[in-house]
Design a protein. Structure first.
Length: 485
């Protein structure tokens, strides 16, 4: 409709201008008609320019060529001029139309390239698939003059129904395209053209098909990522099971072997043991039994933590009292080290005394495991803002900064090696977090590492212990003191 209207209107306007401005002068009118052909070609395209050229020829012949108001040509020069005008007008109109068409095609191609590049970038962005699909649907509204765009798809990671639309835009033509790649169909792309816009042409359809392929690639990648994550999870689960089996096997066999050796020696009829030897063997049985008990307790606590059942039974407790009890119980284990304590006046905390005892036990045993013989283990208890801070430092090999967070993972022991199931720090962190505190690992000025944890203090007067600052040895620990064993 625009092509026909422009082809007719442009010569008509040129005729009116020619009759007003150049009446009876064909040469002056020709320039006006050439301008009309150029306008018709620019506005309506190639065919509009060609039709305008023919109509302009007829108008020049009828209104400006002798004899006037007829289509007859009596002068051969006029005939040549009219033919030349027709040829020139057709060439000019076609060139103008083609140039404008090429420019429009180049601009459309640039827009399509930017759109496809944007879609490809979104595929590789690593964002959530739902967000990527929303951006896909929204980016198609403007370039394709859509009233609504829908993406309906299903992958291994879930089902997606994305709808993006323009408000107050009535719908028009609807198209549906499959979202398929490599023969696998993931869903459907539904586009609805805005009412009043031209029908979806070949170029628009080509762009939609390219966009549908990009969407299908994004869906395929999401499915592959889900499979990779599942495979990684299975591998990590198997690795954790293998680590659990290896660690538990080692930690169970070692104390059981010691207990069996001690009991076998006691039961031998021909073995002569004095009281000191018999006491040493029984002491070994007791220590290894306690070790087994702690290992099984750690395993049970880990299971409770993973099940979300590690709930502390809180009551007001004093950190220094719990520490003294732990040092007294661990005296045989710490007898080969110098244990230095610094205990300042601290408020009471709301904690489960049994679980807090386990935190201190795990951390001290860990320090003893990685400390050199006759090394120093220092323990500092002090107030910290609205909390009580405990710092346990050793003189071991230390832990690289990049591994200080990983050592809290179950069964992780790092390059430091050593024996043990690797559950002590895991359980300690779980208990500290369950109490609303925090725990971390820092470097120690004397070498080794410092494990620092903080627990919130009780508020109000009841939170004060009134105990004086103390440092040096804890008498209840006897041999496990600053003076050593």
């Amino acid at each position: 409709m625009r092509t026909v209207g422009t082809a007719v209107l442009a010569p008509a306007v040129a005729t009116g201008l020619g009759l007003v401005l150049q009446p009876g002068r064909a040469l002056g009118a020709i320039s006006i008609y050439l301008l009309a052909v150029v306008v018709a070609a620019a506005v309506g395209g190639l065919w509009s320019g060609l039709v305008a050229s023919v109509l302009s020829l007829l108008c020049i012949n009828f209104f400006f060529t002798e004899p006037l108001h007829t289509l007859r040509v009596t002068d051969s020069e006029d005939a040549v001029a009219l033919v030349a005008f027709l040829v020139v007008a057709a060439i000019v109109g076609s060139l103008v139309a083609r140039a404008l068409e090429e420019r429009a095609r180049a601009a459309r191609g640039e827009r399509e390239s930017r759109l496809l590049s944007y879609l490809a970038t979104k595929v590789l962005s690593g964002e959530r698939l739902e967000r990527v699909l929303e951006d896909f649907a929204g980016s198609l509204l403007g370039p394709l003059h859509l009233a609504r765009c829908e993406i309906r798809a299903r992958t291994g990671s879930g089902t997606y129904e994305i709808v993006q639309s323009r408000q107050h835009t009535p719908p028009g033509e609807e198209r549906r395209l499959p979202l398929d790649v490599g023969g696998e169909v993931f869903g459907t792309l539904v586009v609805v053209r805005a009412e009043g816009q031209p029908a979806i042409g070949r170029e628009d359809l080509r762009l939609l098909e390219a966009a549908a392929r990009q969407i299908a690639i994004a869906l395929e990648r999401a499915g592959l990522d889900a499979q990779v994550n599942m495979a990684r999870l299975d591998a990590e689960t198997n690795q954790a099971r293998a680590a659990l089996f290896s660690a538990v096997t080692h930690d169970l066999r070692t104390p059981l072997a010691s207990i069996k050796a001690a009991v076998t020696s006691l039961l031998e009829d021909d073995a002569a043991h004095d009281d000191a030897q018999r006491r040493d063997l029984l002491q070994t049985v007791l220590e290894e039994t306690d070790r087994l008990n702690r290992l099984l307790g750690n395993l049970l606590d880990l299971a409770r933590f993973e099940a979300g059942a590690l709930t502390p039974s809180k009551q007001p407790v004093a950190m220094d009292e719990i520490l003294e009890s732990v040092l007294h119980r661990l005296q045989p284990r710490l007898s080969g080290f110098r244990v230095r304590t610094v205990i300042r006046d601290t408020p009471e905390i709301a904690a489960d005394p049994v679980q807090l005892d386990q935190v201190l036990t795990n951390l001290l045993e860990n320090a003893a495991r990685f400390s050199p013989p006759h090394g120093e283990i220092s323990i500092a208890v002090s107030p910290w803002k609205h909390a009580v801070q405990v710092r346990i430092s050793d003189q071991g090999k230390g832990i690289p900064p990049e591994e200080r967070e990983r050592v809290f993972e179950a069964f992780y022991q790092g390059d430091a090696g050593g024996h043990g199931s690797g559950l002590g720090l895991t359980i300690a962190r779980a208990i500290v977090l369950a109490h609303g505190g925090r725990i971390r690992i820092e470097g120690s000025p004397t070498g080794g590492v410092s494990v620092v944890f903080e627990l919130p203090a009780l508020e109000g007067p009841a939170g004060k212990t009134g105990a004086p600052d103390r440092s040096g040895s804890v008498e209840a620990a006897r041999g496990a003191t600053e003076r050593g064993a």
